[in-house]
Design a protein around this ligand. Structure first.
Ligand code: PGA
Length: 246
């Protein structure tokens, strides 16, 4: 059975390299023996090299970057190209709602980044989600459709989708698991059976199990709780136990 992905998006929460060091080491050691999951740590780009050195020694930990440029090289001050990232990481978060909201990323930018990531062999984690709580949201489907423009069908197995309703991110208002399950099932029509579709948005220790019980959800994208080593490790354990088919 395919491992579930439990992705930790550290955002800009950890502000010293020494804290990042401790967090990465604790996570690596804490999840090393947990079956059925793969934990992806996404630290700030500045520390990728250092944190990759820690994380890559773990049996269950992989490393990801929080954003990339769609340009491969050249005069782009402050940017990190997909091929530079590829030397260090396996995964890249693309189109996170904070990048869309604060840095003006459009669906076209997201699509170009997805294509650039796939070109160099990075696995994109494409974030989609609606702004306001609705019974039947349309935005995530439109975002995913546009993100996947010109992506060949056979590359769909190499992408990960993260359904993250914006109203649930960082608010403690996590989306109900039944509702997530419905959206995920519909998003699946745009990808393939092998494509992992994760849930993100205020995932915490006390709600992780509700998502783990829904088999169609392929894992989690966690922000706030991913920088608390004990919580992140416990969530990985909860997930793994729930997915243990006896
Ligand atoms: P949160 O963030 O878990 O703090 O809500 C999730 C995300 O932004 O990916």
């Amino acid at each position: 059975m395919k491992s579930s992905l439990i992705v930790g998006n550290w955002k800009m929460y950890v502000t010293s390299i020494s804290d990042a060091h401790i967090l990465a080491t604790s996570i690596r050691n804490g999840v090393a023996d947990i079956p059925r999951i793969e934990a992806v740590v996404c630290p700030p780009a500045l520390w990728l090299s250092e944190i990759a050195g820690i994380v890559k020694k773990g049996a269950k930990t992989k490393i990801g970057i929080q954003n990339i440029s769609y340009e491969m090289e050249g005069a782009f001050t402050g940017e990190i190209s997909p091929q530079m990232a590829k030397e260090m990481v396996d995964y890249v978060i693309i189109g996170h709602s904070e990048r869309r909201a604060y840095f003006g990323e459009t669906n076209i930018d997201v699509n170009e980044k997805v294509l650039a990531a796939l070109k160099v062999g990075l696995t994109p984690i494409i974030c989609v989600g609606e702004k306001k709580k609705e019974a039947t949201p349309t935005e995530p489907f439109k975002q995913l459709e546009e993100a996947l423009k010109n992506v060949p069908k056979n590359a769909l197995k190499n992408i990960v989708v993260a359904y993250e309703p914006i109203w649930a991110i960082g608010t403690s208002l996590n989306a109900d698991a039944d509702y997530v399950s419905k959206v995920v099932t519909k998003l699946r029509e745009l990808v393939r059976t092998e494509t992992s579709i994760l849930y993100g948005g205020s995932v915490k220790l006390d709600n992780a199990l509700s998502y783990a019980k829904k088999r169609e959800i392929g894992g989690l994208l966690i922000g706030g709780a991913s920088v608390k080593a004990n919580d992140f490790i416990k969530i990985c354990k909860i997930w793994s136990e729930a997915r243990d088919i006896k």
